[in-house]
Design a protein. Structure first.
Length: 266
């Protein structure tokens, strides 16, 4: 009997959607970046060379027709557990080309590195946001700036979402037969970024659900199965947040397990 779990997931997603609609106006404006103080003040004592550097900065990327408000809980979780630099990037809802959004991301990552003094950052992307992050890393040389990419319900293999939604150009770029998905399947030798892809069999936006997995021979990627969590609930689920913290806190990627590793979050 899979009806009850499916119904439960749908109801949770609807509850998340209702809550998010209330928060949506708070995230419509672009987040103001806070410059790092260049000298000591009464409110900002001098930073030691290693202070605040236990974790690289984290940049959060929302999904289609969404904004940074979707990450309210995840941001709070990261800040409470020791991440000092957590920012969110809004890209315009009028964006019609994923590649242009990836170029915007490239400029923002460079700015974050300049302001924080870090050479590399971590990216967390929900749905389309994860695909933008991957395109930047894999196709625009972003692996020089990005240590780790965590994706939540991202259509890495493309999704066969309702055909009517394909009227929007950026939705067409997320379909399995798009040029963007074809570009991401091309060889990516020596990519230095590690990927962690969270996916759920209950994700009704990913068709099939396994489209949110990364299966690329050149990428160091771990696929994390999350049981019973719908698409909209992924950025706010407590278990997923714990998994994200674990992924971001892990040691720098090496030849630990090779590409295509898979783990599961109960």
């Amino acid at each position: 009997m899979q009806t009850l779990p499916c119904l439960r997931t749908t109801l949770v997603d609807l509850a998340v959607l209702a809550g998010h609609l209330l928060l949506y106006p708070t995230g419509m404006s672009q987040e103001r970046s806070v410059p790092r103080p260049s000298r000591a003040t009464e409110d900002a004592p001098p930073l030691l060379p290693t202070e605040g550097r236990a974790h690289p900065p984290v940049l959060l990327l929302h999904g289609f027709i969404d904004n940074r408000s979707v990450f309210v809980l995840l941001r709070r979780s990261l800040l409470r557990h020791g991440w000092c630099h957590v920012e969110a990037l809004n890209y315009s809802p009028l964006t019609c080309d994923l590649r242009k959004a990836a170029e915007l991301l490239a400029r923002h990552v460079a700015d974050v590195c300049a302001r924080t003094g870090h050479h590399r950052v971590d990216l967390v992307g929900h749905s389309l946001g994860g695909l933008i992050a991957r395109y930047y890393v894999q196709r625009l040389g972003g692996d020089a700036r990005v240590r780790r990419v965590v994706t939540l319900g991202t259509p890495h293999a493309g999704t066969r979402i309702a055909p009517l939604m394909s009227a929007h150009p950026i939705v067409r770029q997320m379909r399995p037969d798009s040029e963007v998905i074809a570009e991401l399947s091309l060889p990516a030798p020596n990519c230095r970024t590690q990927f962690v892809a969270f996916w759920s069999e209950a994700d009704q936006v990913m068709i099939p659900a396994t489209a949110a997995r990364i299966d690329h021979p050149d990428l160091l990627a771990h696929n994390v199965h999350v049981a019973g969590v719908g698409h909209l609930a992924l950025p706010v689920n407590g278990t997923v947040a714990a998994g994200i913290r674990e992924a971001l806190a892990a040691a720098d990627p090496a030849a630990e397990e090779g590409a295509g590793g898979a783990i599961s979050v109960a």
